[in-house]
Design a protein around this ligand. Structure first.
Ligand code: ATP
Ligand code: MG
Length: 244
């Protein structure tokens, strides 16, 4: 369980998150949508304990968090295999076991044959997949994904989304999945949080039975508190998804 109670976060004078409250239950798969700069990464970093809020409370009952950062954070001097294997060592795996597990996850990510490559020898999409392999390999109970597919082509994204969906079905964990792409999020999330430029958040209804078009209409065109019907005549709103 992860709970935010009236959390506020500022960077200098910039109020990014205002009075944010939510509860994420064990094994919820939460999609976080919102325009660029709205505070999505900031929320993940607060959950991971990398950032602390100005005020409010974060209650977190998680055992092991894996975080796939928005910008790749592989060790450049280590191979793809070692990048996935090394985080397993403090978890009690010996090096041989760690490499076996790493190879298994790289394989699931379609990277068989690239185990010995260094990050500089991999494409952006391959690096993202190594990061995903590293996250899944530690068997987290909570997985933070910050735009994990931004460098992948449509076909590969499809394959990996299906893979992750199957994985979550077989071994449910709590997932927070940040994306700019509603059609990605709706594929695996059972809850959707929509962040707005004024630092507020609204949970959108996800009715998987309804048509995707209706879902988007609901999620992105729905007026929200304090908003004059999202008339798209305000620059801030126009820049947001709500007025796309
Ligand atoms: N370390 C920092 N110092 C100052 N300002 C920051 C810092 N990190 C983020 N910000 C600001 O906070 C706001 C939210 O940033 P954040 O990275 O959380 O947005 P985001 O929703 O993840 O955006 P994107 O979709 O582009 O990744 C932005 O205006 C950004 O400039
Ligand atoms: Mg971000």
């Amino acid at each position: 369980m992860i709970q935010f109670k009236q959390v506020k976060k500022k960077y200098n004078n910039l109020e990014v998150i205002q009075n944010l409250s939510f509860i994420i239950h064990k094994n919820d798969v939460v999609g976080i949508l919102g325009p660029s700069g709205v505070g999505k990464t900031t929320i993940l970093k607060m959950i991971a304990g990398i950032l602390t809020p100005e005020s409010g409370t974060i209650i977190s009952h998680v055992k092991r968090i894996a975080y796939v950062f928005q910008e790749p954070r592989l060790l450049p001097w280590k191979t793809a295999l070692d990048n996935v294997a090394i985080p397993l060592l403090p978890l009690g795996y010996n090096y041989k076991q760690a490499k076996e597990k790493a190879a298994e996850w790289l394989g699931k990510m379609g990277l068989r044959g690239y185990e010995g490559y260094f990050p500089a020898q991999l494409s952006g999409g391959m690096i993202q997949r190594v990061s995903l392999a590293r996250a899944f390999a530690i068997e987290p109970d909570t997985l933070l994904l910050d735009e994990p597919f931004s460098a992948l082509d449509v076909r590969l994204k499809e394959v990996l989304l299906n893979m992750i969906k199957e994985q979550l079905k077989a071994a449910p964990i709590t997932v927070l999945y940040v994306s700019h792409m509603p059609e990605e999020v709706v594929r695996i999330a059972n809850r959707i949080f929509m962040l707005f430029p004024e630092g507020t958040m609204e949970e959108m209804s996800v009715n998987i039975g309804e048509s995707f078009k209706d879902f988007l209409k609901d999620a992105f065109y729905k007026p929200h508190a304090g908003d004059a019907g999202l008339a798209c005549n305000d620059t801030k709103q126009r820049e947001s998804y709500a007025c796309m």
